[in-house]
Design a protein around this ligand. Structure first.
Ligand code: NAD
Length: 285
């Protein structure tokens, strides 16, 4: 099995920076590629800051923090990822840029480099089909925020071979994640279940004329949810939820997958949840 000593992360946004942080904390040399040097530096700064907070909380030694930050280099040149054993892609959620990127990665990396995508809603198989070696392409679907959410879904595309698939699974476990294996179907496991479920919850707001507060209270107290659906969608980002729901609806044509009009209207009005300061609730709460 490919031994993972050096990892490339393409795209150091919300997800990519979190994934890069996990890699360097696990002792792995990591190269992050962004479109500009400033974005790469900003991501490095965010990672350094999160690790400093862990030192302040007493969950990480200062030397370990410094060593972890030292394992991360950033670049704008994709060719700098040539020596990587695994590359994890976390760029914009659009098929064409991902396909272009995977074709370039295939050209630049060794034939045994495992190529992984963190896509939430696109087909891993369609991304893999942009290469002539789709057997080494897998999905590694982390959850936001990657350093905190325990799960990673390891997604087998139509032509993924066993060895890269198991290498990705083993690496997810090495990052301290709970890894599960699944096939490349719309929404994989968690989003396939969670998105229509949250949509149902939000439709109940209008159907049962219950308030957001009472809906959250009901699901916490009556269904044992750790967090109510309105709180959860505010945390995920209303734009992110609407985008994922639209993508699932496009693929499956099941009415339950379609985002409720109330949520689309909130997204259009810029009420995006926590990150915009207002969603179902005002923030800070
Ligand atoms: N945000 C989530 O909740 C979440 C959860 C799981 C998976 N994902 C998936 O992860 C991926 C990234 O999402 P995100 O929320 O981190 O997005 P983001 O917008 O925060 O980050 C994307 C980053 O990629 C960079 N980028 C774009 N094209 C690039 C290229 N060719 N090379 C290098 N960098 C490039 C951008 O500059 C940006 O910094 C998407 O596929 C998304 O579906 C997101």
């Amino acid at each position: 099995m490919t031994e993972i000593r050096r990892v490339g992360v393409v795209g150091l946004g919300a997800m990519g920076a979190g994934i890069a942080q996990l890699c360097v904390e696990a002792g792995v040399e990591t190269v992050g590629r962004e479109v500009t040097a400033e974005l790469g530096e900003a991501a490095r700064g965010r990672i350094g800051h999160f690790l400093t907070r862990k030192v302040e909380k007493g969950t990480l030694q200062q030397e370990a923090r410094d060593a972890a930050v030292g394992r991360l280099t950033t670049t704008t040149e994709l060719a700098d990822l040539a020596g990587c054993d695994l590359v994890i892609e976390a760029i914009v959620e659009e098929l064409e840029p991902k396909r272009v990127l995977f074709a370039e990665l295939e050209r630049l990396c060794r034939p045994d480099t495992v190529l992984a995508t963190n896509t939430s809603a696109l087909s891993v198989t369609e991304i893999a089909a942009a290469t002539s070696s789709p057997e080494r392409v897998v999905g590694m679907h982390f959850f936001n925020p990657a350093p905190l959410m325990p799960l990673v879904e390891i997604v087998r595309a139509q032509l993924t071979a066993d060895e890269p698939f198991e290498a990705a699974f083993a690496f997810g476990t090495r990052l301290g994640k709970t890894a599960v294996r699944c096939h490349d179907t719309p929404g994989f496991v968690v989003n396939r279940v969670l998105i229509p479920l949250l949509n149902d919850c939000l439709r109940v707001l209008d159907e049962a004329r219950v308030s957001a507060e009472d809906l959250d209270t009901a699901m916490r107290a009556g269904a044992g949810w750790p967090m109510g659906p309105c709180e959860l969608v505010d945390l995920v980002g209303i734009d992110v939820h609407v985008h994922a729901a639209e993508a699932l609806y496009e693929k499956l044509r099941e009415p339950r997958m379609a985002p409720p009009p109330r949520l689309v209207a909130m997204r259009n009005a810029g009420l995006l949840g926590r990150k915009s300061g207002r969603g179902f609730y005002p923030y800070p709460r």
